[in-house]
Design a protein around this ligand. Sequence first.
Ligand SMILES: NC(=O)C1=CN([C@@H]2O[C@H](COP(=O)(O)OP(=O)(O)OC[C@H]3O[C@@H](n4cnc5c(N)ncnc54)[C@H](O)[C@@H]3O)[C@@H](O)[C@H]2O)C=CC1
Ligand SMILES: O=C(CO)COP(=O)(O)O
Length: 345
Amino acid sequence: MSKKVAIIGSGNWGSAIAKIIGMNVAKNTTVFDQKAKMWVYEEMIDGQKLTEIINTKHENVKYLPGIKLPENIVAVPELDDVVSDADLLVFVLPHQFLPRLLNGIKDKIKKDAVAIHLIKGVFFIDGEMVPISSRIKDVLGIECCTLMGANVANEVAREEFCETTIGYETQEAGEVFFKLFNTKFFEVTIIQDVTGPEICGALKNIVAIGSGFCDGLGYGGNTKAAIMRIGLKEMRGFAMMYSKTVVESTFLESCGVGDLITTCIGGRNRKCGAYFAKTGKAWEVIEKELLNGQKIQGVPCAKEIYEILSTKNLLAKFPLFHTIHRICVGELEPKEIINYKSVNN
Ligand SMILES: NC(=O)C1=CN([C@@H]2O[C@H](COP(=O)(O)OP(=O)(O)OC[C@H]3O[C@@H](n4cnc5c(N)ncnc54)[C@H](O)[C@@H]3O)[C@@H](O)[C@H]2O)C=CC1
Ligand SMILES: O=C(CO)COP(=O)(O)O
């Protein structure tokens, strides 16, 4: 029986990954149902429903303009219709919208469904960090893998060569998701580590904000390289501290150093960090002015990580994360990023 795929999210990355899924399910109808539904948080664009535009123009004119989506990707505004018969659930939406959505579908999904999430963030619940996969497993009671990597959506959508990492719990799930996502230009590596990739994917957004500060202040490559290196060290330290299942090699995969590099060179967090350093504008204003409805994930993640570390009295072990958060909330000037070792003492 071919597997039905549900894509839960249709933003910049959601739409780009939908393109890959549409291409792959059409080529592999023995494994997958050749139509994939994509849940769209409905909105009006110039008086027309976004779902209608996507289903007629086959383009997400707001979140991925200029990219044709395969015609077997069907935009659906009703979430229950998307998930109720799905065998594979692909979660790809800004992390702040996930909790409410999960509660809404927990009694609507197939109990033998398997999930994968592409969401770069973490939750801070009852004084503990909760990775996205754990949240999905806890609420839905199903296995959850992750896909994390050096994947700036617009470049992926243009089919520019890149790599990505799928972290799996069971080999079977890893292999199915390899078939769903792997293409010549989107080269998938599967590893048996979910926590490591998803923590890297979340934390690299904090470092990207910091690398944006460097750009906004006109610092050169050496300074930015230092911030990236220290950021990678703190990403590794946090992941290894949080979970014994994280393996060293994870940080050398696309989900680790690869994602950090691409995000600190060409990501949205970097771009917004640079604008913040230059203008000092509020993050909501920056998001509106630069991202046209897309969401900055590094600023809320910096806050969540700060809360986790301060609760556990571990801030001193992660001075760069601490400094970037304090700059984000206006306690420090952006130029203090190079004084991260001393500025919090
Ligand atoms: N854009 C990129 O280049 C990449 C993004 N990611 C990650 O993928 C995840 C999803 O990001 P994107 O698809 O880029 O989203 P996005 O940043 O384009 O956010 C816009 C999306 O949020 C939805 N939205 C707005 N308000 C909502 C609400 N109240 N409830 C539910 N949905 C709402 C919009 O409908 C739209 O689909 C994030 O965690 C991001 O960090 C990962 C790799 C690349
Ligand atoms: O995760 C990404 C690249 O892998 C995209 O990062 P931004 O959200 O900073 O654009």
